[in-house]
Design a binder for this molecule. Structure first.
Ligand SMILES: Nc1nc2c(c(=O)[nH]1)N[C@H]1C(S)=C(S)[C@@H](COP(=O)(O)O)O[C@H]1N2
Ligand SMILES: [Mo]
Length: 268
């Protein structure tokens, strides 16, 4: 299958490129599927009506399906995961901005804001109806250390779909309507001391989670209780602990470490 593409010349916007590549891939597969369908059909029609004809058809279809599956169900973009036994028993704590030990947890709520002023407040219990997910992966800090950690929570992609967030039209977010997505998600601690901005494409990655568990237990305060982000496609600086505010935007949200000279995307 010829899915050659030209290398992007500008490093300006990775999201745009990923979306374009996806659209291009879907289009290519669709075109090949249609063309392949027509080609296969005339070839099949011209075959003598025998068992060979049936077998050839089945074989052709199977081979074709295999190729399509390779494009859509490839897990090459997923972060490597590990057996739970490999996870650190006492994960290291790093970065205490906005995660004061004396925080009044009773006052916590998640403020979710969409442009245009619509907002809602949520509690961790509101995430209960969503499918729980676990992730054991190698967490990487930009300072040069890493460790395998076992997190639990809900997928951000399930979260936006459940609460119908993230699109300009108010329609549910899907892979088919990327032009309708807000381009960024901003996250901030309750005291606004630490804050990050992340492109929507990365937020919708199947391993990006709103996390409330560590090693199968309630997330401890210094790891960001009651709710933190875990985003394995980025360095640890983006995995904001203790989310107080979550908002959608088309402009890049402010980002604590970007303001101090780090790369905005901090992609791995
Ligand atoms: N609120 C908040 N979140 C934060 C930070 C921080 O200083 N404040 N530091 C980040 C950095 S640099 C890292 S490496 C991870 C560390 O997460 P951990 O303490 O759970 O291991 O949290 C990230 N999230
Ligand atoms: Mo870090």
């Amino acid at each position: 299958m010829n899915t050659q593409e030209t290398k992007p010349t500008s490093a300006e916007d990775a999201t745009e490129r990923t979306i374009k590549r996806r659209t291009f891939l879907s289009f290519t597969v669709f075109t090949l599927a249609s063309a392949g369908g027509v080609g296969l059909w005339s070839w099949f029609r011209d075959l003598p009506k025998t068992a060979a004809r049936r077998d050839a058809l089945t074989r052709g279809v199977l081979e074709f399906n295999e190729k399509v599956n390779n494009v859509f169900f490839s897990d090459a973009h997923l972060a490597k995961t590990f057996p739970v036994e490999r996870a650190a028993a006492k994960p290291r704590v790093n970065g205490g901005l906005g995660v004061d030990k004396n925080y009044d947890f009773g006052s916590w709520q998640l403020n979710v804001e969409q442009p245009g002023g619509t907002s809602q407040t949520l509690q961790v219990g509101d995430l209960q109806p969503l499918p729980r997910t676990e992730l054991v992966y190698d967490f990487k800090c930009i300072e040069g250390w890493d460790q395998i950690v076992h997190y639990g929570g809900v997928r951000f992609s399930d979260f936006v779909r459940h609460f119908n967030l993230g699109t300009r039209s108010g329609q549910p977010i899907t892979e088919e309507n990327p032009d309708d997505w807000y381009r960024y998600v901003g996250l901030e601690t309750p005291d606004n001391e630490y804050y990050v901005g992340i492109d929507m494409q990365s937020m919708l990655h199947p391993q990006t989670i709103l996390c409330f568990e560590l090693n199968g237990k309630e997330l401890p305060p210094d790891h960001g209780a009651p709710l933190r982000l875990i985003i394995p496609t980025k360095y640890g600086i983006k995995s904001l602990k203790r989310i107080g505010r979550l908002f959608f935007a088309d402009e890049r949200p402010r980002d604590y470490w970007y303001e101090r000279g780090y790369d905005y995307d901090s992609a791995l």
